[in-house]
Design a protein around this ligand. Structure first.
Ligand code: GRF
Length: 207
């Protein structure tokens, strides 16, 4: 079974959706470790509740981003992880980390990229006045939310939406497309061709 790591900084509802998908048998992977840069991240508790190793590497304990990432890599490689999943991990990763896990990092972003990258995407979308927003899973490259796109899902923006209401509508979709993206990856069905990700057919369905 393929081993992944999930990196979180906050509540970890996306982590929970991945755990639920594993426990229901939809997703056939192993979370080798959940890591956070913050002691108080509730995602760590979620991991422990499901018997998954959880570890903190504080960015504040390190003198530079590179030093922090070197420590992260040390721990992740120690667990033999093949894919790093960013599920609300609020640290920008430098080329040191991104190159080490070349095409082996997947992130989820609460907007339809390339619109509204970075932080507070839900507010950016509301302020801009778009009629639709949504979420995107993508491979991570050296830019901020710029890597090849795997799945997107669209939700309508309603007239009285607040950052919270649109955020929770988007989150529901995140919980659907994140496990789906990881399932495709675990089945070896994601082929990166330049900027594009080709989704290969499901061989088991053909038999
Ligand atoms: C999600 O909206 C995700 O797209 C963004 O951070 C949020 C994390 O939520 N990157 P949670 O911690 O998974 O509940």
């Amino acid at each position: 079974m393929k081993k992944i790591a999930v990196l979180v900084s906050g509540g970890g509802s996306n982590l929970q959706s991945i755990i639920d998908a594993m426990e229901s048998g939809y997703l056939n992977i192993q979370i080798a470790v959940v890591m956070s840069n913050k002691d108080e991240a509730y995602g760590l508790t979620r991991a422990k509740n499901h018997g998954i190793p959880a570890q903190v590497v504080r960015h504040g304990d390190h003198e530079s981003r590179e030093e922090f990432e070197t420590r992260l890599i040390e721990v992740l490689d120690g667990y033999g992880v093949e894919l790093v999943v960013l599920a609300g991990f609020m640290r920008v990763l430098t080329s040191l980390f991104v190159n080490h896990y070349h095409q082996r990092i997947i992130n989820i972003h609460p907007a339809i990229l390339p619109s509204f990258p970075g932080t507070h995407s839900q507010k950016q979308a509301l302020d801009y006045g778009v009629r639709f927003s949504g979420c995107t899973t993508h491979f991570v490259d050296e830019g901020t939310d710029t890597g090849p796109i795997i799945i997107q899902s669209i939700v309508p923006v309603l007239p009285d939406d607040t950052e919270e209401s649109i955020g929770s509508r988007i989150l529901k979709e995140e919980h659907r497309i994140f496990p789906e993206s990881l399932k495709l990856w675990s089945e070896g069905r994601l082929l990166i061709e330049g900027r594009k990700v080709r989704i290969l057919p499901d061989k088991s369905a053909e038999a």
